[in-house]
Design a protein around this ligand. Structure first.
Ligand code: SAM
Ligand code: DTB
Ligand code: SF4
Length: 336
């Protein structure tokens, strides 16, 4: 079956609700048609500017609206970022994702500094991703010129549920930024979070929106809420692993060429649970030597722990730019 952009919500719901083992089997089958199932992309997150964010995202440790453990930190200097990237590269990491707790990018000297970081880490032969909040088309273009490989901007949840979680921007603001990135050759990374108190219908609705983007986002992060003390969602219950696997498998089946990333919340999954996620089509993870995802409050497995797990499962770390080669090949095929 080819790539579809016309999935109906009812079809997606049927997939999500399939008997569990059937669902994994089908997702694993699709995964093998489009990807090298022996490879996992390993990424490193760097919080280049931390905390004091004016937005009110109800899950986030970095919003200035909530009293959390996070200590605000100004923009990192380039050398620090490059050193972290070098260490990551030495550990087999192929993608570096730079996150800034900004509502939007402003055309100022700080943005110029970020462009420099993008240039330098790209020159090291790594895929660089940024997540800096809202972007104009011109800013997306400048990032593209600096060599940026991907831009992360999550939809987080359904259009219907969005305003329950975030009031300082709209779903359309999110889609606009994604559209601005699409005007350039930077790839799109967009997904969501499980555990915000959303219903299964909200999950389906978000997947429906993502699967109607044409082309599909090249990468789709599935985050598991990491409950941050001080935020409105601090006491939300843990997401059952079954829901995580169902979400990954459904994303894999409806967006077969995308990388599906098992993102925040992986630290609380056992290797067996993670293996189930990989079987269901997840093929990307974040790993870190400092034990945190972006901020102190959300743990992340370390490089050594992950090397051990990947070895145990017979998986290897994917080299950089594999996705790009694949896209070029399929483009050439469709021109023939
Ligand atoms: N400020 C930028 C923005 O919001 O686009 C980028 C940084 S933000 C940390 C990137 C994504 O991380 C969010 O969209 C959300 O999906 C995820 N995230 C943030 N806090 C989280 C948490 N406590 N648990 C799980 N995922 C989280
Ligand atoms: C994404 O979807 N997940 C990553 C990345 N994109 C930027 C971020 C997870 C953040 C976890 C919360 C924290 O560490 O503060
Ligand atoms: Fe700010 Fe991003 Fe956190 Fe929202 S998710 S509060 S925009 S850093």
């Amino acid at each position: 079956m080819g790539i579809r952009y016309d999935w109906q919500e009812a079809e997606i719901q049927d997939i999500y609700n399939r008997p569990f083992l059937e669902l994994i089997y089908q997702a694993a089958t699709v995964h093998r048609q489009y990807h090298n199932s022996q490879e996992i992309q390993v990424c490193k997150l760097i919080s280049i500017k931390t905390g004091a964010c004016p937005e009110d995202c109800g899950y986030c440790a970095q919003s200035s609206r909530y009293k959390t453990e996070v200590k605000p930190q100004a923009l990192m200097d380039k050398e620090t970022v490059v050193n972290i990237a070098k260490q990551a590269q030495a550990n087999g990491v192929s993608r570096v994702c730079m996150g800034a707790a900004w509502r939007e990018v402003k055309d100022n000297q700080q943005f110029d500094q970020v462009l420099e970081m993008v240039r330098e880490v790209t020159d090291m032969g790594m895929e660089v991703c940024c997540t800096l909040g809202m972007l104009t088309e011109n800013q997306a273009q400048r990032l593209a010129e600096a060599g940026l490989y991907a831009y992360n901007h999550n939809l987080d949840t359904s259009r219907e549920y969005y305003s329950t979680i975030i009031s300082t921007r709209t779903y359309d603001d999110r889609l606009n930024t994604i559209e601005n990135v699409r005007q350039t050759n930077v790839t799109v990374c967009s997904g969501g979070i499980l555990g915000l108190g959303e219903s299964v219908t909200d999950r389906i609705s978000m997947l429906h929106t993502l699967a109607h983007l044409q082309p599909h986002p090249e990468s789709v992060p599935i985050n598991i809420l990491s409950q941050v003390p001080g935020t409105p969602l601090a006491n939300n219950p843990d997401v059952p692993i079954w829901d995580v696997v169902r979400m990954i498998a459904t994303a894999r089946i409806i967006m077969p060429t995308s990388d599906v990333r098992l993102s925040a919340g992986r630290a609380r999954l056992s290797p067996v649970e993670q293996a189930l996620c990989f079987m269901a089509g997840a093929n990307s993870i974040f790993s870190s030597d400092d034990g945190k995802m972006l901020t102190v409050t959300t743990p992340c497995p370390g490089y050594d722990t992950d090397h051990e797990m990947l070895n145990l499962l017979g998986l290897t770390m994917r080299p950089p730019f594999v996705g790009q080669q694949k896209r070029q090949e399929s483009c050439e095929l469709c021109r023939e």
